[in-house]
Ligand binder design. Structure first.
Ligand SMILES: Nc1ncnc2c1ncn2[C@@H]1O[C@H](COP(=O)(O)OP(=O)(O)OP(=O)(O)O)[C@@H](O)[C@H]1O
Length: 582
């Protein structure tokens, strides 16, 4: 793969992605070549017949011989073309599978931050539409290009053996047509780039529209959302209209020019015949064949246009595959102390979202991070787990920079429970086990501790119930308890709870608190919670304000010494006492 990326020629890139399946593509090209070369046979037969008629030597035996030759050439031409198509499709779909695997594998190896920079629509477009265009090239364009080109080239060579000057003249329309085509393709790369961006934008808006359907309905935003969608469709329409307007005239010119061979062959060949420098049979051959053979190249124009899109798709795949991945690192340290030293971080390179953050969390210590919404609490924990990388300063675990630790090892040793739990489309069991080799008993044990076992066994298929089947939708609280069960099962030495119990209902709160308390035993724990009740699990509290950690200490010390923490605590206590009178 590395080697392939250094070699930027798109065709070589594609062939290198095909790997061992290149053989199908090469064989397909070979079949296309032979099939294309067989185009020469009918022209040869025509010339033979003209000669035989002209010299009055045509016999029944010769007619049958010519007929057999024609039938054989037709069988070879279309038989091999069909075989070529079968082979090219086999090679193409295997290659597509490999490219899709590489892209998805690469996605898992790049920092989450660099994926966030690309919108969902862009990645979906790359995986579906852009990679699909590679099939168009490998299965269709490549064999067809060889097929359509080899025939006329063979005929041209054959015509040269008959009469070189006239053969060269018969070639002139192609030179002019190719020049027109070259003019046509000037600037199309940028246009195709724009077309790809426009379809990615359209995809992103469709995804946003579907995902945000509830919000759209709740706030009656359908008209404005439709406007956004309509604008994206309009942009797509305008882009393709512009492309069509730019390509239409040269396309028509190409078709017309390539058909103009007769305009050269009849007067020039006729004059040479009249002044005796050409035999009648050669004149008739050129008048028919010399003006016809180039029309075989008509489809090349369309192939050329599609090829620009294929090049664009290859470029997109290469750019994505070149996104830097995590480098190989060292083993996870034996000590689970976490340290943030002079950490600065900005999402956009402009506003500083974290400034000079310093925090040390001892092994087995439990620390709560509190602060206003948007103050940077989640950003801090994301830097520890390398969802994003610090831009200045360093994050250390067991005195080792997290960037130097093997990424998989890092993820193995850290469990994060987020506020929003993502459930995959598998069974409930698969959603808790998450690829580990835990048994059903172990999974149930974890689920019991997370207070979700009773609910799961009440489902139609218990732990084998498919998420989303039987119209089953999990509530926010149920999803969070599944996430807690996952964390209990994973049992990593470092635990991060980012608003992990925000959706717990009051009935289960006490049990979940108990589950979390058990989960935290013997671990280095960071808890982010707006419900400050979680602080009772913690040894210390750190408060984030003005993009940095303002103060850190025990709950009692902070109440006495940190006015902003005191205020946060008072606000929380007051909020708990509020009752709504209806
Ligand atoms: N992917 C992102 N791109 C750009 N800005 C971001 C991104 N994620 C967070 N931010 C910004 O960084 C700041 C800190 O966000 P963060 O999520 O860390 O805050 P938080 O304290 O965890 O908030 P909350 O308590 O509401 O979850 C906010 O201003 C937020 O808008």
């Amino acid at each position: 793969m590395e080697k392939a990326l250094q070699n930027k020629n798109p065709i070589f890139m594609l062939l290198s992605w095909a790997g061992k399946d290149k053989k199908y593509l090469y064989l397909s090209v070979l079949c296309s070549l032979i099939s294309g070369l067989s185009t020469i046979v009918p022209y040869f037969v025509i010339y033979q017949i003209i000669e035989q008629v002209y010299h009055n030597t045509l016999t029944e035996a010769l007619l049958i011989q010519n007929l057999l030759l024609l039938i054989t050439s037709i069988i070879v031409r279309f038989g091999l073309f069909a075989i070529s198509g079968t082979l090219s499709h086999k090679g193409a779909y295997r290659t597509l599978f490999k490219v899709r695997c590489q892209v998805t594998e690469h996605m898992a190896q790049v920092p989450l931050g660099s994926l966030n920079e690309r919108n969902t629509g862009e990645i979906k477009t790359l995986l579906n539409e852009e990679i699909e265009k590679l099939e168009l090239f490998l299965a269709h364009h490549l064999p067809e290009l060889i097929f359509y080109m080899s025939g006329p080239i063979a005929v041209f060579i054959y015509l040269c053996t008959v009469n070189v000057p006239l053969a060269l003249i018969s070639f002139i329309p192609l030179i002019i047509a190719v020049a027109v085509m070259a003019i046509m393709f000037r600037g199309t790369n940028q246009m195709m780039d724009r077309a790809a961006r426009s379809i990615a934008n359209l995809n992103a808006i469709i995804i946003e529209y579907i995902q945000g359907m509830r919000l759209i309905k709740a706030f009656n935003m359908s008209s404005s959302s439709f406007q956004k969608f309509a604008k994206a469709v309009d942009d797509e329409f305008k882009t393709w209209k512009e492309i069509s307007l730019k390509m239409g005239p040269p396309y028509a010119s190409y078709i017309i020019i390539i058909e103009c061979g007769l305009l050269l062959m009849v007067p020039i060949g006729g004059m040479w015949f009249l002044n005796g420098s050409l035999t009648g049979s050669v004149f008739i051959l050129f008048a028919f064949v010399g003006s016809l053979y180039l029309t075989e190249l008509r489809p090349l124009q369309e192939l050329g246009m599609n090829f620009a899109q294929v090049l664009n798709a290859v470029k997109k795949c290469v750019t994505f595959l070149e996104t830097p991945v995590f480098e190989q690192g060292q083993a996870f340290p034996k000590n689970y102390t976490i340290e943030l030293k002079n950490v600065n971080y900005s999402y956009d390179g402009q506003k500083e979202h974290l400034k000079n953050v310093n925090l040390t969390i001892a092994e087995n210590e439990k620390i709560a991070i509190v602060g206003a919404s948007g103050s940077g609490k989640s950003t801090i924990v994301q830097l520890i787990s390398r969802f994003n990388d610090v831009q200045q300063g360093e994050v250390l675990i067991g005195n080792q920079n997290v960037k130097a630790i093997e990424y998989e090892e890092l993820l193995k040793n850290i469990t994060i429970v987020f506020q929003k739990t993502f459930l995959t489309s598998g069974t409930v069991f698969e959603n808790i086990v998450m690829g580990s080799s835990a048994t059903l008993d172990e999974v149930r044990e974890a689920a019991k501790k997370a207070q979700i076992d009773d609910f799961i066994i009440s489902l139609p298929d218990g732990y084998d119930t498919k998420v989303g089947s039987f119209g089953i939708r999990f509530s926010g609280g149920e999803k969070q308890r599944i996430a807690i069960a996952r964390a209990i099962l994973k049992n990593a030495p470092i635990l991060i709870l980012d608003e992990a119990t925000s959706a717990a209902d009051p009935e289960n709160q006490a049990e979940i608190d108990q589950a979390i308390a058990e989960l935290c035993v013997g671990k280095t724990v960071i808890i982010i919670a707006h419900r400050l009740g979680m602080i009772k699990h913690c040894d210390r509290v750190a408060i984030v304000e003005n993009e940095t950690i303002q103060a850190c200490g025990t709950h009692q010390d902070m109440l006495e010494e940190c006015p902003s923490y005191k205020k946060v605590w008072q606000d929380y206590s007051k909020a708990r006492e509020i009752t709504y009178e209806l």
